[in-house]
Design a protein around this ligand. Structure first.
Ligand SMILES: [Zn+2]
Length: 214
């Protein structure tokens, strides 16, 4: 099993040395908002990829869901504002998007595609007990969709996660599984990263894009 390890950063987070030591072992991805992207710098320094994360609450909206905005032009402008802030602050180029609260629909997807992103990772696979390998990344209208198979919200004793990974392992030969691990959880139990690395190989977002984009 190949893992794409991701986290989201949308508030001030200070990663302790102990967490960074663990996180350094994997080619992770942090999706960050323009507002707080400075807090992602330690992850950039340990070699992680920086990508774009948009929460409309930082743009004056009372709600926090992109799918509640129906104008593609407006969506493009707020996502682009985040992208510009992230790229300028951290001096990186971004290729992938994740919607805040995983709030995605075809209109948001259109905005992301029109902005030239290569990939989007804003959809959670609800449950995995089916035969089709729908947890795998797939091309959709020119955009690579990387579904999130699992949020590691609990810890390494997560029965739900273990059942899913066993099932995926049985039904596919070299599946790519996108994980979402919240910063607070990594900080609480950084050893989960080591535990995961004994279960499979980690690959980078660039490798996923290269392997699945056609
Ligand atoms: Zn978020």
């Amino acid at each position: 099993m190949k893992y794409l390890y991701t986290t989201d950063l949308e508030e001030p987070v200070v990663f302790p040395e102990k967490a960074l030591e663990e996180m350094k072992k994997v080619p992770g991805v942090v999706f960050t908002t323009g507002k707080y992207c400075e807090y992602a710098r330690p992850l950039l320094d340990i070699g992680w990829a920086i990508q774009v994360h948009t929460h409309p609450r930082f743009f004056g909206y009372e709600h926090d869901k992109l799918k509640h905005i129906s104008d593609v032009g407006v969506l493009k402008s707020i996502i682009e504002a985040d992208r510009t802030a992230v790229e300028k602050t951290l001096n990186v180029k971004t290729t992938c998007f994740r919607a805040g609260k995983l709030s995605m629909n075809p209109i948001v997807e259109e905005a992301v595609r029109k902005l030239g992103f290569l990939a989007d990772s804003s959809r959670l696979v609800p449950h995995v007990f089916r035969l089709t390998p729908y947890w795998e990344p797939y091309m959709h209208n020119g955009l690579l969709e990387i579904p999130i198979v699992h949020c590691l919200d609990r810890e390494d004793k997560d029965i739900n996660f273990n059942l899913k990974r066993i099932w995926i392992g049985l039904t596919a030969s070299a599946p790519v599984v996108c994980l979402l691990h919240h910063p607070k959880r990594v900080i609480e139990r950084p050893s989960v990263v080591s535990w995961l690395s004994r279960l499979g190989t980690f690959i980078s977002i660039d490798q996923v894009i290269e392997e699945y984009r056609c």
